[in-house]
Design a protein around this ligand. Structure first.
Ligand SMILES: C[S@@+](CC[C@H](N)C(=O)[O-])C[C@H]1O[C@@H](n2cnc3c(N)ncnc32)[C@H](O)[C@@H]1O
Length: 259
């Protein structure tokens, strides 16, 4: 085993490269929630954006059902993976590298999605307002914003602990920490990556913040969303007993229609 390699400046470097290999088996609840909440809405959507798109999995799935898709992510490596995957699957996808706190789309869309608690990944609780302002600007009047979040209870019950995941040629140790009273959580991730006969070690840190449901609803309404609905996510996580009621919420908000 060699020494630790210097960490990349931005997180999601190694996460991006190995995201699908490591996390695809955990996606079922995310897809279940989308099917349940957006199932009736998707047939009416022509143009959409997946925000914090990661490797483009959701954007590609939506493109496959005939929706013209933008995909936005701040990580250059995630964007690269999303472009590569869309190309290799023959799916049209416009990937834009941008921060969710100040992104702009070339055209207004009918739907913005932001899945797998990506919205919790902003650096500060104050950033929710910025993200929602950008999402509202990106939507047509009457457009939808769909997202899921980790709540404080998730930081208390689900988050803490040490997790070991291994796949052929790669293994990671995730040490999770949280400070629920400050609505903060973070993961220290040590990667072990096989290169020929030797293994390289890399480190990445990922931060999350959270908000109360009341804060989210207030922020959505202040950003111009006049129809706001939420679902407790635990039924979508059946088979993951640690995700108890109150840990995660799925939100669907509709931007005010043009007068
Ligand atoms: C947990 S992953 C979720 C990815 C994807 N939504 C999915 O369902 O697999 C979080 C994603 O948020 C992105 N991200 C984190 N902070 C961001 C920011 N400020 N602006 C845009 N993307 C960001 C990361 O690069 C990463 O792809």
């Amino acid at each position: 085993m060699s020494n630790t390699a210097p960490s990349s400046r931005l997180p999601y470097r190694w996460l991006a490269e190995y995201y699908d290999v490591v996390f695809t088996p955990f996606r079922t609840p995310i897809v279940r929630a989308r099917d349940r909440v957006l199932g009736k809405i998707l047939p009416g959507i022509g143009l959409a954006c997946d925000l914090a798109c990661g490797t483009g999995t959701t954007a590609i799935e939506l493109a496959r059902i005939g929706i013209d898709m933008f995909a936005v992510d701040d990580s250059p490596e995630m964007c690269r993976q999303a472009r590569r995957k869309a190309k290799s699957e023959g799916v049209p996808l416009k990937v834009i590298r941008a921060d969710m706190r100040d992104f702009r789309l070339p055209r207004p869309v009918d739907l913005v999605t932001c899945e797998y608690d990506a919205i919790n990944h902003v650096p500060s609780r104050r950033d929710l307002k910025k993200v929602l302002a950008c999402v509202a600007r990106a939507l047509k009047p009457g457009g939808y914003f769909y997202f899921d979040v980790n709540n404080r209870l998730s930081f208390e019950l689900v988050w803490p602990g040490v997790f070991w995941i291994s796949r052929p040629g790669v293994a990671l140790v995730i040490r999770n920490f949280s400070d629920p009273p400050r609505d903060r959580a973070w993961s220290e991730i040590d990667w072990f990556i096989q290169r020929g006969a030797s293994w390289r070690r890399h480190h990445e840190r990922v931060n999350e913040v959270c908000w109360t449901p009341e804060e989210i609803e207030r922020a959505l309404r202040a950003a111009g969303f006049d129809s706001v609905h939420s679902w407790d996510a635990s039924p979508f996580f059946k088979g993951t007993p640690e995700v108890k009621p109150g840990c995660r919420t799925v939100w669907l908000a509709r931007l005010r229609d043009a007068d």
